[in-house]
Design a protein around this ligand. Sequence first.
Ligand SMILES: [Zn+2]
Length: 457
Amino acid sequence: MHTYRADKALLPHGWAEDVLIEVDGEGNVASVAPGSKDDAAERIRGIVLPGMVDLHSHAFQRGLAGLTQRLATQAATFWGWRERMYDFAARLTPDDLRAIAAQLQVELLKGGYTTVVEFHYLHHQPDGSPYPERTAMALALHEAALETGIALTLLPAVYMQAGVDGGALEGAQRRFALDPEGWMRLIEDLEASFADDGDRCLGLALHSVRAVPPPAITEAVAAARGRGGFMPIHIHLAEQPKEVRDCLERFGRRPLDVLCDAAEPGHDWCLVHGTHLSEEELARVTAAQAVIGLCPTTEADLGDGVFPLADHLALGGQFGIGSDSNVGTSAAEELRLLEYGQRLAHLRRTVAATSEEPHAGRLLWCRALAGGAKAAGRPVGRLAPGFRADLIVLDPDHPSLVGRAGNLVLDALLFAPGPSAISDVMVGGLWCVRGGHHAAEASIARAYRQTMERLLA
Ligand SMILES: [Zn+2]
């Protein structure tokens, strides 16, 4: 048991001072008590928040950030960007993936994320044949997480066809091939690898209704739900108008209809993007208690469109945030862009705020935490007994935080300028970032640099 005393902390019922936080040997919060005078506890000088969940990442795409911004016919749409991404994905080895993922995870930790959910579809060798060790690529992500300390939920993705019309996988897509049976085998192998590591969490990703035919969606969801216990199920849905049109042409149904026809939606679902869902569809998602996974920097980078957040919140919908293609690695930046997109679209301010929670920063941070924790399938997102000791510490001397208290701190974290105010990050009771630095950041950056120089030569 280790005991900390935080100057200020955001607890489930609100802000508190001199908060005693007991962390057990497993990295869980054992007790939380405000108003403590315990001088023997290790002091946390600053403002403590529960760490954010990144509910959607493709780690390897961190290596592609900034390489697709040159005007060219191909790069001007999502579909052209996807070809560039395939070219990059075709070259990566497990060691490359590990190096890129570790660099990304250090950046995510410094950006306020303590959990990352990897939507993992880079399964096989470049020619599509399995690695001798089937789990090689998945374990590269796991090994990176062991090195950086970030909490990982790993979602191997089912991926079976090139498009909604059922075309065969070609080129780089052959690396992605995985059917429901292959997913089961991969999960069993990973569970064996993680047997001594109670902190790892597994789930199911279905790449999209483009890449997974309805009978396979039915089979994979049944397999995931049949395993007992809660297993998160994620899918890319309605990201691009073309995806909706293709679906209508092929099935006469919209993507959400196709999904719901194939499997009963539920609170274990996370629908990633959902950019082009109608209000009626959002009501169905909300009724099912599913989470919408929003990735504002990626969605802006790819020209996806603006998610109707105001409608979703008015319906009582749940959401979390993801770094997706990893063109952004800051939780505050992701939430800021989410709110700013709404302001630009609706011609008004503080769109996410409500009369019950009038601070946009507080509302966005807390709602994204709740949705993200659920989508990650982990006991995180609250500084409370039984939850993981995952927290970030804000520097009270940061220029953007001077004179701010309570909810104004979160408003400033999201909407004030300057370098990050995050000084320290703890995951599972262990400090990963101290004074703005990760202990292994130099060696991780060196490995990343060597990897990228070779890949881009
Ligand atoms: Zn994605």
